[in-house]
Design a protein around this ligand. Structure first.
Ligand SMILES: NC(=O)c1ccc[n+]([C@@H]2O[C@H](COP(=O)([O-])OP(=O)(O)OC[C@H]3O[C@@H](n4cnc5c(N)ncnc54)[C@H](OP(=O)(O)O)[C@@H]3O)[C@@H](O)[C@H]2O)c1
Length: 234
């Protein structure tokens, strides 16, 4: 199996682990990056998902090199945590524009090829915080919860076209995004996780790869937690 796979934000963190998992399995993997030197071993396309023109250009590059995207992993995301009374409109809208509208942009563009091919796999990276909530994370939680409604609507809209839409909701994962937390915050989080530790990015990647595999051919509209049990029941 050598499919054309795109992982947004595949240059570091969870996205890089996902990109490696697909590449190790023999797929042709494209990743997006915004600045600096992207990691070797992938087709790296420069793309800020808040810019529709850059998204279009990235898809053209990928299609020229690998053919239409058959598996899309919408992973790129940001946090701008702040208590509500201190949260600026920019703090709110920039997180929505990246995590939700950015996902809309890349999913919509990928679907062009998937509709033509009459098949496709889309996996969105949400968060346990989307359904569990998190103080200081109203913007982030809203954007990640919205991905569930987005994916489930598309699962209903495009199921007959053999395109699946699933969501992976990681708990706390060891990446740059969580490095900003203090030791005290970290200890507090870990104390609430039944498995008693953070996830490694590869543990999230394994769930994503499963959802894009033949073994998951009858799964769509699902939200798969990879959270050590933190979000159980939510
Ligand atoms: N870490 C966790 O505990 C955790 C838990 C649950 C869910 N998640 C979700 O998992 C995903 C990956 O998180 P991570 O922990 O790997 O974070 P990270 O290490 O901070 O990496 C974020 C990635 O998103 C990319 N990105 C951000 N804004 C972008 C934009 N406008 N256009 C294109 N790319 C953009 C970044 O690219 P640059 O390198 O160019 O900045 C980077 O590749 C995110 O959606 C995050 O919300 C993370």
């Amino acid at each position: 199996m050598s499919r054309s796979v795109l992982v947004t934000g595949g240059n570091r963190g969870i996205g890089l682990a996902i990109a490696r998992a697909f590449a190790d399995a023999g797929d042709k993997v494209a990743i997006t990056y915004r600045s600096g030197e992207p990691p070797a071993g992938f087709l790296a396309v420069k793309c800020d998902i808040t810019d529709a023109e850059q998204v279009e250009q990235a898809y053209k590059e990928i299609e020229d090199a690998h053919g239409p995207v058959e598996v899309l992993v919408a992973n790129a995301g940001i946090t701008k945590d702040q208590l509500l009374m201190r949260m600026s409109e920019e703090d709110f809208t920039s997180v929505i524009d990246t995590n939700l509208t950015g996902t809309f942009r890349v999913v919509k563009r990928a679907n062009r090829g998937m509709l033509r091919a009459k098949k496709g796999r889309v996996v969105l990276i949400s968060s346990v915080v989307g359904l569990y909530g998190g103080p200081g994370q109203a913007n982030y939680a809203a954007s990640k919860a919205a991905l569930v409604g987005f994916a489930r609507s598309l699962a209903r809209e495009l199921g007959s076209r053999n395109i699946t839409f699933n969501v992976v909701a990681p708990g706390f994962v060891d990446t740059d995004m969580t490095k900003v937390l203090t030791d005290e915050q970290r200890a507090n989080i870990v104390s609430q996780v039944p498995l008693g530790r953070y996830a490694q990015p590869e543990e999230v990647a394994a769930a994503v790869r499963f959802l894009a595999s033949d073994d998951a051919s009858y799964i769509t509209g699902a939200v798969i937690p990879v959270d050590g049990g933190l979000g159980m029941g939510h």
